[in-house]
Design a protein around this ligand. Structure first.
Ligand SMILES: Cc1cc2nc3c(=O)[nH]c(=O)nc-3n(C[C@H](O)[C@H](O)[C@H](O)COP(=O)(O)O)c2cc1C
Length: 331
């Protein structure tokens, strides 16, 4: 049987299948189950800039500070007690996982502006995290803010985080930059060890009777992977950093497609929430079987064979695909 061993952000890992950021890592039993199932690494849920800033402010002024920090908008944010783990408990959880499991643990830091909250990257490292995943989830609602200003802010945050830790840093991105490929090349140059493609945007729906936004988290399905495949294919061979696909990885076919397009590894969440950690073992077993049947020696051997540089029909990733698909449609 083939070995699935590879690297994740430069760390040696048993497999290219990573448990993405989710509440799964809040429970040590589930992390152990993921380790037993063959996960390469586990990403913890995010510690948010708003959480850290609020705690720092309340320590300073002894007030319930979210409302002071964010004024009327504070009601849109969760209350402090709604977060699974506060900043201190988050750091404790890193140490607890490290004490009871052997797989690499990735702490997730989530925010949008350069500032003091970024010091947590260093605290995460001190607590034992093997890597940091920086999530820069941001909706550009200010129409006066240009794309380059939005991008500049991300560069500043990444520079600050990369400069403050020795462990590798991955950046989890949105697909909504005007030139995502160029953006990734810049993050690569700033020292990001990997990019996670892409954040899944949770769009609010509207309740037309109550006249309010309704918040519902619908889990992904495999069709969402296609946009990620395209960008892995475009970027493979163009950057040094890892290309980690996230969003819509549910089956072994999804994993194979991602690697063929150039992914270094993939993260999965919805499938694990739906079917439990043992689903990971099933996928990995199927992956070994498939690689044996198709005579792939290793994950590296398979990686990138369907990328833009190597694919026999690169037009599938470009404008030609769009035109062809529109022409082929029949009622
Ligand atoms: C319940 C739940 C909690 C999540 N929490 C986080 C989080 O704290 N930080 C983060 O970056 N992503 C978080 N995500 C997003 C996932 O990491 C992932 O990007 C997304 O679910 C797409 O992957 P999937 O299609 O495999 O589910 C969460 C997703 C779910 C379903």
């Amino acid at each position: 049987m083939k070995s699935l061993a590879t690297t994740y952000l430069g760390l040696p890992v048993r497999s290219p299948l990573i448990a993405g950021a989710s509440p799964l890592a809040d429970d040590i039993g589930k992390v152990k189950a993921l380790e037993d199932a063959g996960a390469g690494a586990v990403v913890m849920h995010s510690l948010f800039e708003e959480q850290i800033t609020s705690e720092q402010l309340s320590e300073f002024s002894h007030t319930e500070s979210l409302s002071e920090a964010f004024g009327e908008f504070s009601s849109f944010f969760p209350h402090m007690e709604d977060y699974a783990l506060g900043p201190d408990r988050y750091l404790e959880q890193i140490s607890k996982i490290k004490a009871s499991c052997d797989l690499p643990v990735v702490a997730s830091l989530n925010g949008t502006s350069a500032g003091g909250w970024i010091d947590y990257a260093h605290l995460m490292e001190q607590a034992g995290a093997d890597a940091v995943e920086l999530n820069v989830y941001y909706i550009a609602t200010d129409v006066m803010e240009s794309g380059s200003q939005v991008e500049r802010r991300v560069y500043d945050i990444v520079e600050q985080v990369v400069g403050s830790v020795k462990i590798p840093v991955a950046v989890k991105l949105s697909p909504f930059y005007s030139s995502p490929g160029h953006f990734v090349t810049q993050l690569d140059a700033l020292g990001a060890a990997g990019v996670v493609l892409f954040n899944r945007f949770y769009q609010p729906d509207i309740d037309i009777e109550e006249m309010e936004a309704s918040h519902r988290l619908d889990l992904s399905n495999s069709t969402e992977l296609r946009m990620r495949l395209r960008w892995a294919a475009i970027l493979h061979g163009r950057v040094n950093c890892d290309l980690i696909l996230n969003g819509g990885v549910h089956t072994v076919q999804d994993v194979i497609k991602a690697i063929m397009c150039g992914a270094s590894s993939v993260q999965t969440v919805a499938a694990l929430l739906k079917y439990g950690p043992s689903h990971m073992a099933d996928i990995l077993e199927d992956l070994k079987f498939w690689m044996d049947e198709h005579e792939y020696e290793s994950v590296a051997h398979m990686r990138g064979c369907m990328s833009l540089l190597k694919c026999p029909d690169p037009g599938i990733y470009e404008r030609a695909n769009y035109m062809k698909i529109l022409q082929l449609w029949k009622a």
